[in-house]
Design a protein around this ligand. Structure first.
Ligand code: SAH
Length: 376
């Protein structure tokens, strides 16, 4: 076997994973994804700013300021619905560059008393992005605290926002063996100089079984994100009995189905799963039915999922865009119209991206799910 140092085509993380597999045998796909994203030395979210032109992907708040502004107005409205508590935690999971929070706080100035009541709590695992958040949010009129884990957020009333956070959580995949009528876990092996997917010979039990998906056929894949349950449990424990509202925004599916959604993205293009481990973004579509079910079991009122385009339209994205257009040059106007279309158009982000809200201790539905928004 060649020495690690001589193998210049493999990333440092690939060399480490190759060693791990040589010692212990193939590793679950989940562990591969976890190492690629969170390995302390080489993980994707430990080492870089993945966002924007120079990075690998772009997100809604980076596309248009209107996105964060509407989220800010949403948060201010929910605070009103909570009865205007004098102290509320505005929590964001995975705040990226801090753009959404900056736009949200700017827009929320219109609600008297809201900014005076909030403390911002950012849950962020990346040191690189924490630095970016500090720069973006310098001078905002609210105290800001950083945490590595949602369990560290202090107790009390909370408004929680998460845009493109849940898609980062590693998934397990199970393959149905029709001949033996059993499930087996997908693993990553290293052979003939390359990583590849394999199926463990051990029998496994996926957390969700036929009852929720229909009868499996040979080769069907069941994907499951084991991190969601523990995360939600911590979240509920911190909230105590206080009012709480959450806004989850992500790409994903509303109904469970067999299939795999794990994807690799590098420099704004789809990549192969095993391209440059640690230097490629790996995500999976979010199972909104799982998030909704877990939140319901925890005693929350659950709203959605609703297509993001519809959610934005109902919150008045067009009126806000028109305000911006009024003072824009022709070139700026084209750019504004394009970015709003990108968020709203079902053929772009408007349908794949979805919104899920859950609340507790609030009698009214959060906007735009209330009475005067029929069908919400
Ligand atoms: N919400 C931002 C960024 C999305 S990218 C936006 O819309 O632009 C995912 C974000 O979640 C990054 O900030 C990343 O560092 C953070 N993140 C990913 N996994 C995390 C984890 N397990 N704990 C805390 N933060 C995490």
């Amino acid at each position: 076997m060649p020495s690690d140092a001589s193998d210049s085509s493999l990333t440092p993380l690939a060399l480490k994973l190759r060693r791990d597999i040589a010692e212990r045998g193939p590793i679950p796909l989940h562990d591969y994804m976890e190492a690629c994203l969170y390995n302390l030395q080489h993980g994707y979210y430990r080492t870089r700013d993945p966002l924007g032109r120079g990075g690998d992907f772009i997100t809604a708040p980076e596309i248009s300021q209107v996105f964060g502004e509407l989220v800010g107005l949403w948060a201010a409205q929910v605070w009103m619905q909570m009865g205007q508590p004098q102290s509320v935690r505005l929590v964001e999971l995975g705040p990226g560059r801090g753009t959404l929070m900056a736009d949200a706080l700017r827009a929320a100035r219109v609600m008297p008393g809201f900014l005076q009541s909030i403390a911002v709590h950012l849950v962020e695992s990346s040191e690189v992005l924490r630095e970016a958040q500090k720069a973006t949010l310098a001078g905002v009129p609210a105290p800001i605290h950083w945490h590595g884990d949602i369990g560290e957020v202090p107790r009390g009333p909370a408004i929680v926002i998460a845009n493109e956070f849940f898609d980062c959580l590693p998934v397990r995949q199970f393959v149905f063996d029709g001949a033996a009528e059993v499930w087996r876990e997908r693993v990553v092996a290293f052979e003939d100089g390359a990583f590849h997917l394999a199926t463990s010979s051990d029998v496994a039990q996926p957390p969700l079984t036929a009852a929720s998906y229909g009868e499996p056929r040979d080769g069907d894949i069941s994907e499951h994100c084991p991190g969601v349950g523990p995360l939600l449990a911590k979240f509920v424990a911190r909230a105590g009995d206080a009012p709480l509202a959450a806004l989850i925004i992500d790409y994903g599916y509303a109904k469970p189905a067999f299939g795999e959604t794990l994807q690799a993205v590098r420099r704004h293009r789809f990549a192969e799963l095993f391209d440059a481990p640690g230097e490629t973004d790996l995500t999976a579509h979010v199972d909104f039915s799982l998030l909704a079910r877990l939140a319901e079991n925890a005693g929350f009122a659950v709203f959605g999922p609703m297509a993001m385009g519809e959610w934005l339209l109902r919150l008045g994205v067009e009126a806000r865009a028109n305000q911006l257009l009024a003072s824009a040059s022709a070139e700026e106007a084209r750019a504004i119209a394009q970015s709003i279309a990108r968020l709203v158009d079902p053929a772009q982000m408007g349908a794949l991206f979805k919104i899920l809200s859950w609340t507790r201790g609030i009698s009214e539905p959060p906007p735009p799910f209330g009475e005067h928004f029929k069908g919400g």
